[in-house]
Design a protein around this ligand. Structure first.
Ligand code: NCD
Length: 336
């Protein structure tokens, strides 16, 4: 079994099925705290440094919220321009210093492999919150958690899953990490819908094929959406050489109720790592889908808190002490 305590979380390649089920199991145990049924102060006094050198809403805030929900303190640096990285300091030196101030660090950075480089200088666990187009391991874990819970009513699990990934599969780090994780399960079918120039990197496709999974690569929506889960993604504009180039692909694969009803199964679950680009020229997931029970995007984002709580508990070695540190919730709450 993988040792979590004191470990960095940099890539999904670190995990086997056993490690993943441990993370998902601890994530479920976090639900009562996130839903304010009880409090848990197991990380009272611990400090998280959240270093976000690229735009973020969910990942940054949910890392911070997750740490707070376990009783810990959070400090935040947002934007390279507000850090000494803009004065030419190396990631290694920054890591040496900040890790001295922290018990754990979560970091997002635009450059591929930069979080691993940073981790080499860190004396405390570093969790990758996204490193350029490379990986987004915590997102992939929350995506798996979501798939698992959304499939439960249909008596399905992570094995034998039929999933469609759609959009910018070249630059989307969430679909890179998710594909690698899914490859650990049995008999997976992944349909990859993207413009030819934005298809999934070959190395990821061949790893899936070599593991015996069925992969369909296409640039057509028609006939390719009859699946358990459709995972829509955003054109990753910030990773293109120019805005104009990104513009070429915007709005190619918009999903709305009409397309859903025409091509999906009755109960196809819709996921998206968010943010969805809701500008009319993109309209990745139309707001006319908002009243569909199968639209899982906000449950997915909420699950991010549970999974990040679990990763903090595991990397700081307190996952078996949660109920010793429970307290009642004393304020008004309408969460359930
Ligand atoms: C994703 C990311 O940053 O990679 N967002 C997220 O963390 N939920 C996807 C995106 O920005 O399109």
């Amino acid at each position: 079994m993988m040792k979590f305590e004191g470990s960095h979380i940099l890539s999904v390649s670190q995990f086997d099925r056993e490690a993943i089920s441990r993370i998902l199991e601890i994530s479920s145990q976090m639900a009562p705290y996130a839903m304010r049924k009880k409090r848990c102060t197991v990380l009272d006094g611990a400090i998280l440094n959240n270093l976000f050198f690229e735009p973020s809403t969910r990942t940054r805030v949910s890392f911070g919220t997750a740490f707070n929900l376990l009783g810990g303190f959070v400090r935040e640096t947002v934007g390279q321009e507000n850090s000494s990285l803009s004065k030419g300091e190396s990631l290694f030196d920054t890591a040496k210093v900040i890790s001295g101030y922290s018990d754990v660090i979560a970091m997002r950075h635009p450059k591929m492999h930069s979080v691993a480089e940073f981790a080499q200088g860190s004396s405390v666990p570093v969790i990758n919150g996204g490193d350029g187009a490379n990986e987004h391991p915590t997102q992939a874990l929350l995506d798996l958690f979501t798939i698992q819970s959304e499939m439960t009513p249909f008596n399905k699990g992570l094995d034998n899953l039929n999933i469609t990934l759609m959009g910018d599969l070249k630059h989307g780090r969430t679909v890179h990490s998710l594909s690698k994780l899914l490859s650990l399960y049995n008999n997976i079918k992944i349909t990859m819908i993207a413009p030819k120039a934005l298809q999934m990197p070959d190395s990821i496709v061949s790893a899936l094929v070599n593991a015996g999974h069925e992969i369909v690569i296409t640039d057509k929506i028609e006939g390719n959406l009859a699946c358990d889960v459709i995972y829509q993604t955003r054109i990753q504009q910030e990773r293109f050489a120019s805005k104009d180039e990104a513009e070429l692909y915007r709005g190619h694969f918009s999903l709305n109720k009409e397309v859903y009803q025409q091509y999906c199964q009755n109960n196809t679950v819709i996921m998206h790592p968010l943010p969805r680009d809701s500008r009319p020229e993109a309209n990745e997931l139309d707001t006319d889908l908002n009243d569909l029970d199968n639209l899982a995007i906000f449950r997915q984002a909420q699950n991010g808190v549970l999974v990040r709580m679990a990763l903090f508990a595991l990397t700081l070695g307190v996952e078996n002490q949660l109920n010793q540190y429970e307290k009642p919730v004393t304020w008004y709450t309408n969460k359930n």
